[in-house]
Design a protein around this ligand. Sequence first.
Ligand code: NAI
Ligand code: MG
Length: 366
Amino acid sequence: NMMRVAVIGGEGIGPEVTAQASRVLAWFSERRRLPVEVAEAEFGLEAYRRTGKVIPPETRAAIEGADAILFGATGGPETAEVPPEARREGSLLKLRRSLDLYANLRPIVTDPALYDSAPLKERVLNGVDFVIVRELSSGIYFGEPRGIESRPDGSRRGFNTNSYTSEEIRRVARFAFELARSRRGRLCSVDKANVMEASVLWREEVIALHADEFPDIKLSHMYVDNAAMQIVRAPSQFDVMVTDNIFGDILSDCAAMAAGSLGMLPSASLGPADAQGRRTALYEPVHGSAPDIAGRGIANPLGSILSVAMMLRLTLGRPDDAILLERAVGDALAHGARTADIAEPGRAPVSTAAMGDAVLASLDRL
Ligand code: NAI
Ligand code: MG
């Protein structure tokens, strides 16, 4: 039975990195008889120019009919011509929410081939292998009321609401506990319960769920400011980390440096499981549209390519192929392939497409 993948490059470097991930997906379809049907769909500025909508109806249809979505990136100054209402209507945030993508996985793995060039020393990075589970559908990015209001004295006030219900906390925490159970059995829950009410509830619910359903998991708690420091100081201490929307957003960019570059990190955003255990799933690199390097063919496509590995594992039912792809990425790095963001001083970096070539060559070789 054919699986359908909607491929949405989006804006900035999104289409550049997604093109390489698409080549990799095609390799699995041809060489490993992966039954996938790929539908490319427009999203963002180009779509807006052509149709007046950031997410045109055909794109919505492709998303609705898909077993998995491979997304690139959205945003950037070049999109200023899109009016704010159209931008909000077609925002990735809104899409994630409408698909109820509540669990966002962000694995951080340090490849040994990068130890020498990574900004941190081998001592610190050795054995880094953890997953940040970021709550993606609620919290301060979505809470109401929100807005910018004018005040009688002529000044203005901008405000957001940080809000979590116990059910929202429990479902993402349950996901993280189950993930920890399939890994090394340790979960660190990150909050700011010393200051924020939603965090107080977060911690209470995590503790209760642990007692009720996951007594076998070793649970710890950390305040987010300390967690930021610990991720830099000793990232190998973590197995699974679960945290809210805004903390997970910030901490995962921070954790990116343990993997060498933001361009290395993949992600999966998952919705609730249906009766067959299948989840709506959107796969995308952790980074954004990187307007500072867009259009130059130099972006690192590995975050997008590794997102395909997550798709193979979590949606397409091909865990062995996921491992093969992750090994191919490691092999390409071991053979010296480096885009500019991870290049060693004095050695010429390769282009986005050449990094794709290197991964494909490794797939052929392994
Ligand atoms: P960004 O993640 O786009 O870039 C941050 C820095 O990392 C830049 O210096 C960029 O050149 C570098 N970088 C990112 N990905 C890279 C890659 N694959 N290879 C090499 N270098 C890479 O974040 P920034 O600059 O804060 O935001 C730019 C735009 O992207 C904004 O409009 C923002 O809203 C949007 N954004 C979109 C996301 C998404 O589509 N999921 C996520 C984060 C930001
Ligand atoms: Mg972010």
